[in-house]
Ligand binder design. Structure first.
Ligand SMILES: [Zn+2]
Length: 290
């Protein structure tokens, strides 16, 4: 873990804490909405990452839990679909907009799962939230509510603890922030993320999906394999442009100011603070120079 320096972790923590503080005033105004996906799988949109929700007689299964101040609203939303216990919660990765409710759900008796690195990175970052109590290195399966739910570690992408959650019967995949339909990939290099790994992880997503698969992104609306393929293809184009610029002797500054992503920037919020073009290009550069 010495690979991830404390100062870098502090800076990323400040980024998220800063975000948390600015949002604190208006958590009261957040309105949650539940979107049906397929079968008994749905997702809750609110503030932070999309919460996957799977209901049935064996109990409620959740994917991610947004911010702690939203837990009561999240439980109220869940109760419109199921009165069964909220038994299982999987964290797709360690970021606070996906794990902020852990402490609250843990107190309610929900068992929290995540990749080994989710627990490790949350502990290093010193988050107050409860890290997963049960961790896995490669994958694990839940056999509940009449179907198999496969949770699998993917190549290091958004962080080094990313997992996809795949509902084999309902043909749904929740991708965490490896795939977001709102911005370019945000590569958290201080928590082991990788741009090249993101391309590999998207290749895996394409492999395990078919034309009917419903894909729940970490942020944004429901997607499908055609959109993921187009997104992956864009990242390959960007990778190749950065590689060419490096071969021609360009510095990172020159790459970031070289309009390498110009035609994509409007759609993918290229000037955004999280998931913008400059930070993505820095991650591409770092991967290609290593
Ligand atoms: Zn994230």
């Amino acid at each position: 873990m010495s690979k991830y320096s404390n100062s870098a972790l502090v800076s990323v923590l400040l980024l998220f804490l800063g975000l948390g503080v600015s949002l604190a005033q208006d958590f009261d105004e957040v309105v949650l909405s539940i979107h049906t996906v397929s079968g008994n799988v749905s997702y809750i949109e609110g503030r932070g990452g999309n919460i996957g929700l799977f209901t049935g007689d064996d109990g409620v299964f959740l994917i991610d839990d947004q911010y702690a101040p939203l837990t009561d609203k999240i439980v109220t939303a869940i109760r419109t679909l199921s009165n069964h216990p909220i038994r299982f919660l999987v964290n797709t990765h360690m970021h606070p907009d996906h794990t902020g409710g852990n402490e609250n759900f843990g107190r309610m008796g929900t068992m929290i799962f995540g990749h080994d690195n989710v627990r490790t990175q949350m502990e290093i970052a010193g988050y107050a939230e409860q890290p997963p109590l049960i961790t896995f290195s490669e994958d694990m399966s839940f056999h509940i509510n009449g179907e198999t739910v496969h949770v699998l570690k993917v190549p290091d992408a958004h962080t080094n603890g990313d997992a996809f959650v795949r509902f084999k019967g309902s043909n749904v995949v929740h991708t965490g922030d490896v795939y977001r339909t709102t911005t370019y990939p945000y590569i958290d290099v201080n928590n082991g993320g990788s741009f090249l790994g993101t391309i590999e992880a998207l290749n895996l997503l394409i492999d395990i999906s078919d034309s009917n698969t419903k894909i729940i992104p970490g942020h944004g609306g429901i997607s499908n394999v055609d959109e993921v393929t187009a997104f992956r293809d864009m990242l390959v184009v960007i990778r190749d442009r950065v590689a060419k610029a490096i071969r021609e002797g360009a510095s990172l500054d020159q790459i970031q100011s070289g309009n390498l992503t110009a035609e994509y920037d409007e759609r993918w919020d290229g000037s955004g603070r999280i998931g913008g073009s400059a930070s993505m290009l820095a991650a591409v550069y770092q991967d290609l120079m290593n």
